[in-house]
Design a protein. Sequence first.
Length: 250
Amino acid sequence: MFTVKQLSKLAGVTPRALHHYDEIGLLKPSQIGANGYRYYGEEALLKLQQILFYRELDFPLEEIKRITECHDFDLLGALQSHREALQKKAARLNQLLATVDNTIQHIQGEKLMSQKGLFKGFSEEEQEKLAQEAEQMYDPATVRESNRKWKLYSKEKKEAILAEGNQIYLDMIAAMPQGASSVEVQSIVERWRSHMNYFWTPSLDQLLGLASMYGDDPKFKANFDDMHPNLAAFMREAVAVYAAKRTKVI
């Protein structure tokens, strides 16, 4: 049996998290001692492992509780599913890690890297996944139309569009020291807004929402952090300045 403190250290979670899991009925202790301490046995440890696997895959706690409490929950099947999902995630992280290493060598002059290589790991498949997530945040009909429009482009056109978008972010990184309200940064935001027309034509509010999502959504933020740790926050600030100026004009 493990106490909260012991399990916290073993599993790498905070005691507060374990208390919260108990309060919401997600992970109950195996028994409560006469001293009021919570104690966790092997069954609880296996369930905590499941919880942490699902959390790693960005499942909300409510959904994890629903899944793990289902009467036909298959632990072995769940583990096999986790393995497949984590293998895919590991492959993507390894690819991004290789891209970071190559970029470091590129900056240090040890290895010449193309602009396309700088964004290896930000694939069209990744764009498709992000589009599916966008349907949950925006009007699904608008997102589906955007996807339809994208799929009509030729392979060469898609590569040109992605290269243009990547260059916009590279230029934004280079201009960051000048400040979000600088003329150069605001002109880059204008280029970014025009670039969006390849996919859809967002309103100012939607532009702000998109820029905010770059920093708020873990998947988007991870991509931007790989380019520059402050890029997502700077984009949000720069787009807010851009939108405020145009709102005043209106």
